[in-house]
Ligand binder design. Sequence first.
Ligand code: CP3
Length: 343
Amino acid sequence: MPGLLLNTLRGENSGKRPIWLMRQAGRYLPEYRALRAEKGGFLALVYDTDAAAEITLQPIRRFGFDGAILFSDILIVPYAMGQNLEFLAGEGPKLSPRLVDHALEGLTAVPERLSPIYDTVAKVRASLDTDKTMLGFAGSPWTVATYMVAGEGSRDQHETRAMAYRDPAAFQAIIDGIVDVTVEYLSGQIAAGAEAVQLFDSWSGSLAPAQFEKWVVAPNARIVERVRALHPQTPIIGFPKGAGEKLAAYARETGVDAVGVDETIDPIWAARELPEGMPVQGNLDPLLLLSGGAELEKQAHAVLDAFAARPHVFNLGHGIGQHTPIAHVEDLLRVVRTWQRQA
Ligand code: CP3
């Protein structure tokens, strides 16, 4: 029996809100930190499929969220495309050679770097209750490209934005390569048991409108079309963080089944402007989960009220912060689960 989260992503509004949190598996959980210390680095955890399955399940055991999101990373795709990947403590991810000074054609693909991730999905699905939804994910081409080009995270993605203007043909080839591997990666996750998938476009907010159409909307639309042709039953959530008012065009033009809304967007605006009946996900400010208290409850109610007339998956506007107190997550769950729409 599909659970509340999957039904909501399929367009049902039962009045009850499913909840999961982006980055729900991770450093704010002591059980994650313990396993990470035991196994070494982040990538070692991702490729130890028993450990990765265990980490995926940790937040479900502790909080009973409606969805379990695969423990992996968006940068597994560049790793499978042949870049070296390292997560250095305190420095974030490093990819080499960086494509700002190395041609894409010079990379040798390593597709076997994807298959362990599918094993993790299968292991999680096998031990997850049937009313919980297994969520797969990938990064969107623009966001993944910003790491591949610069070799690391950057504040405003300027090297990648400059390359896209300077050499659109070379940049298009990078995007096309990411699209192909992402379709394969998501299809593999779905075949292994993922029941819905999310496309994370964390840096879509840095693009001018015409570039947003070209590098966010168009490649996401191609991924959606191809994944849907292979897996028509699997809802696809698109999350173009920072899209602002461009979220409405993204929702209409990419073909995604549901959209993630970040915390900078007024949920009343989103409820009004997004296509009628489209499920939405979001959008509590993660900092409220850090600070807690009466304001957390008040703002969670505002989100619940604003999205009451639509299928709505409760979530944050972006990932949960590593210093978030566990007690505040428990408070939020209580608020969301006991909320009833005021007549
Ligand atoms: O949501 C989840 O719990 C599932 C797992 C997940 C991770 N990364 C695990 C992770 C997901 C969905 C991601 C997505 C991801 N990864 C994004 C898009 C979403 C977003 O947050 O904007 C991006 C941009 C990345 C790339 C990435 N991975 C960065 C920049 C970093 C370093 C910064 C940081 O937060 O530590 C990572 C590492 C990473 N990915 C960690 C986790 C749990 C932390 C690893 C550790 O030190 O233990």
